[in-house]
Design a protein around this ligand. Structure first.
Ligand code: ADP
Ligand code: MG
Length: 256
């Protein structure tokens, strides 16, 4: 594998007595699309949230582009806790879209997308607006720039959320069950946007999903999570076509 863009090394996360990530290892190559599947409570969201620095970890190391997320190396090679500005820089390479769209309700689609680039990246309004218009057009919402979240369908809101994450120019995009809150007929439009992003931009993507059909055609690699570990992984053909582990087989026959 080329130099991984994301690297989890022996990552452990606990809530009290509950071990949610158990010495987890995962390397993701630049541009790779990784689907993460597995039963509820197996640690899938915690993995993405830890990468987004929304959760701390207890042991191990998470690195992006070879830079540890929560620690930085000193000149003499020691690791010390990272400063806030260092963390912001590393985290800035990552964008995340959640199951609940989390749009600002009092802002129109365009404002939702320009807010962080202006506040965090320091872009001027004109530049931020031009870029936001492009992104909203790309997700099929060029005609809805001035609509508020309450005036948009769930699928449209989720596409605004995707445009908003992309506006920060991430190298890695995380999707956590982004279609689970949507009616089936609205899932397709969101998945189409994600598929296009994957093929037209060299984005690295980690996607937690229950949609096995989508995982199968979209992912380069599928990881089956069980009890805070990657229990089995492989290409979609391998994992869906010929799962080796009993637990994987049981999960797949229950969801299909
Ligand atoms: P998944 O996304 O695979 O369904 P999660 O990563 O959300 O699983 O959660 C893994 C486990 O951690 C679950 O048992 C969940 O109840 C627990 N958990 C998640 N967040 C917290 C929290 N803030 N406090 C305590 N337990 C939590
Ligand atoms: Mg989850």
């Amino acid at each position: 594998m080329p130099q991984p863009i994301v690297r989890f090394t022996d990552v452990t996360k606990r809530y009290g007595n509950l071990t949610v990530l158990d010495k987890l290892n995962l390397d993701v190559a630049p541009g790779e699309k990784v689907a993460i599947i597995g039963p509820s409570g197996s640690g899938k969201s915690t993995l993405l949230r830890a990468l987004m620095t929304l959760e701390s970890i207890d042991e191990g190391l998470i690195a992006v582009d070879d830079e540890p997320l929560t620690h930085m190396s000193t000149r003499d090679g020691r690791l010390v806790p990272a400063s806030a500005s260092y963390q912001r820089k590393v985290r800035g390479k990552i964008g995340m879209v959640f199951q609940s769209f989390n749009l600002f309700p009092h802002m129109c689609a365009l404002q939702n997308v320009i807010e962080a680039p202006m506040q965090v990246l320091g872009l001027g309004r004109k530049e931020a607006t031009e870029r936001a218009e492009e992104l909203l057009a790309m997700v099929g919402l060029g005609e809805k720039l001035r609509h508020f979240p309450s005036q948009l369908s769930g699928g449209q809101q989720q596409r605004v959320a995707i445009a908003r994450a992309l506006a920060m120019r991430p190298k890695v995009m995380l999707f956590d069950e982004v279609t689970s809150a949507l009616d089936p007929e609205l899932c397709g439009e969101v998945l189409r946007v994600i598929r296009r992003l994957g093929s037209e931009h060299n984005l690295t993507m980690l996607m937690v999903t229950h949609q096995m059909g989508f995982a199968r055609e979209f992912a380069d690699r599928v990881c089956f999570f069980h009890q805070g570990r990657i229990h089995e992984q492989g290409t979609p053909e391998e994992l869906f076509g010929n799962p080796q582990q009993e637990r994987t087989q049981a999960f797949l026959s229950a969801v299909n």
